[in-house]
Write a new protein. Structure first.
Ligand code: ZN
Length: 140
């Protein structure tokens, strides 16, 4: 299991500090804050909220976001409402996305043609990377 960062000060140096209620407990070496893995889970949740909202603004549908991030489309709809996010109603381009491994990403990046005029957005997705491209210049 990978050691998490401190949720309070984001310091990477944490030490294991016993097991409480079946959950691994950690102690931050910098600020001495104690936390359990459960609290890290909450941090991951907010990461997915931000990613889901980013994708929504990019024009990706709720169902697609569910498929990409593995969070329910109902959750995504709730977050959109909760944070009062409004995406533009009309796009003159269609977002497309690719999920690439690091090696595939590096290969893709070496070609300048792949990067030009694509309005590219890159986001980390588990152990892979997702690239959203706006194909707005190709169709017009
Ligand atoms: Zn800390």
């Amino acid at each position: 299991m990978e050691k998490p960062f401190c949720p309070k000060c984001n310091h990477p140096k944490v030490v294991k500090s016993g097991i409480v209620g079946g959950r691994q407990r950690f102690k931050c070496k910098k600020c001495n804050y104690h936390f359990s893995v459960n609290k890290i889970g909450k941090g991951i949740d907010s990461y997915y909220v931000v990613k889901a909202l980013q994708l929504y603004v990019e024009g990706i549908s709720f169902r697609e976001i569910e498929r990409i991030l593995g969070v329910s489309h109902v959750s995504v709809m709730n977050w959109v409402r909760q944070y009062k996010i409004k995406a533009p109603e009309q796009y003159d381009y269609r977002p497309t996305y690719k999920v690439l491994s690091h090696a595939e990403l590096v290969k893709f990046m070496t070609s300048k043609e792949n990067l030009q005029g694509s309005g590219m957005l890159l986001t980390e997705l588990g152990d892979k990377f997702m690239m959203i491209k706006w194909e707005r210049f190709k169709n017009s």
